[in-house]
Design a protein around this ligand. Structure first.
Ligand SMILES: *[C@@H]1O[C@H](CO)[C@@H](O)[C@H](O)[C@H]1NC(C)=O
Ligand SMILES: *[C@@H]1O[C@H](CO)[C@@H](O)[C@H](O)[C@H]1NC(C)=O
Ligand SMILES: *[C@@H]1O[C@H](CO)[C@@H](O)[C@H](O)[C@H]1NC(C)=O
Ligand SMILES: *[C@@H]1O[C@H](CO)[C@@H](O)[C@H](O)[C@H]1NC(C)=O
Length: 304
């Protein structure tokens, strides 16, 4: 059994080893003189990572000094520490750009080395369904590389799947550029979007307050609510020409759900990408002065 323990190393060029930094200037990936970096290292007794690339080999007093060298080099993720000291009492220190997650096949028991790696948020395998965890050491965050049929920050969702994308209710008015905006919670590809009515109503004839609707003007099948991206390019409905209203099979201006089916080419969306919900006349500055009201909705997207 490999034993493990943690130790904490910190490195600041200016304070600790200013001259050492300068001597490593040939390495363009060395932290500059003002930077500092700290990390937890995990020690794995009697193991060795046969890395395809070695950043640097040093001789060091002890493993802590090797860890400090590792911290100076931005690409360093782990190191092999030679157990046997030379005549000067120094040990071999191999700085590596990989860790065992990237090269598990090259990770092996060894009587001559201890292996140390920067403790990674990937240690606990946050990514689901066998997706690959990519540790981002600078912020100690991570990113999961999802296989094709999965999305989500930890690849927790299998597509196709409807997902709610807004965090707060999305409210749009009928005049004065009062679009509602929301940001996607997940990156991926979508083909459909659905607005689900929560409260409120809109009209393009405020003189007739009883003829309310959620997505149109009067109670009929003419729809006047669209979805655009943050540059106000229309995304839904996807038809090329948009007159003052449009119709969708089976949907009325007062239906609880307004579903935009099916983009033939899925739309790629990024996490936190903004979309907007507009009332058409407000979008076009088209006879909006007699408009009134506000509709609030949840937004769902069909990820594929
Ligand atoms: C819309 O703007 C007009 C003038 O620009 C203003 O008089 C009116 O009160 C605004 N209406 C709403 C609902 O904010
Ligand atoms: C429409 O909205 C107004 C407020 O904007 C509200 O007073 C009215 O009751 C609503 N009508 C219906 C039928 O929901
Ligand atoms: C959209 O696609 C879904 C799933 O492929 C299908 O069930 C539905 O009938 C399609 N809707 C329209 C309006 O084409
Ligand atoms: C509508 O008017 C606003 C200013 O109130 C302007 O920023 C916007 O570009 C106009 N939109 C169109 C489609 O003309």
């Amino acid at each position: 059994m490999a034993s493990r323990r943690y130790f904490y190393a910190t490195f600041c060029c200016l304070i600790l080893l200013g001259s050492w930094c300068a001597s490593e200037e040939e390495l363009d990936n060395v932290l500059d003189g003002k930077s500092s970096r700290s990390a937890n290292f995990i020690e794995i007794h009697h193991h060795f990572l046969r890395s395809p690339e070695i950043l640097l080999v040093k001789t060091v007093r002890d493993s802590l000094q090797c860890a400090q060298h590792c911290l100076v080099i931005k690409k360093c993720r782990s190191f092999n520490f030679g157990l046997e000291a030379d005549n000067n009492g120094k040990h071999l220190c191999q700085l590596l750009p990989w860790n065992k997650f990237q090269h598990s096949g090259r990770y092996e028991p060894s009587s001559a080395f201890h292996h140390y790696r920067i403790a990674s948020v990937c240690e606990n395998d946050p990514c689901q369904y066998g997706s690959k965890c990519i540790a981002e050491h600078r912020i100690m965050g991570y990113e999961c590389q999802c296989p094709p049929q999965q999305i989500g920050d930890i690849c927790q969702f299998k597509v196709p799947l409807w997902l709610k994308v807004n965090t707060r209710e999305v409210c749009f008015g009928a005049r004065n550029d009062s679009f509602g905006s929301f940001r996607m919670q997940f990156s991926g590809k979508i083909t459909s979007m659905r607005l689900v009515h929560l409260s409120g109503n809109v009209t393009c004839y405020s003189t007739q307050p009883n003829d309310y609707s959620y997505w149109g003007c009067k109670r009929n099948d003419r729809l006047r609510t669209i979805v655009t991206d943050s540059r106000n390019s229309r995304v839904f409905p996807s038809q090329t020409n948009l007159p003052r209203f449009y119709q969708l099979h089976g949907i009325k201006s007062y239906s609880e759900k307004l579903t935009f089916y099916n983009l033939t080419i899925p739309l790629k969306v990024g996490i936190h990408q903004e979309f907007r919900v507009w009332y058409i006349e407000d979008f076009r500055n088209d006879s909006e002065s007699d408009n009134d009201g506000k509709t609030c909705a949840d937004v769902y997207a069909l990820y594929v």
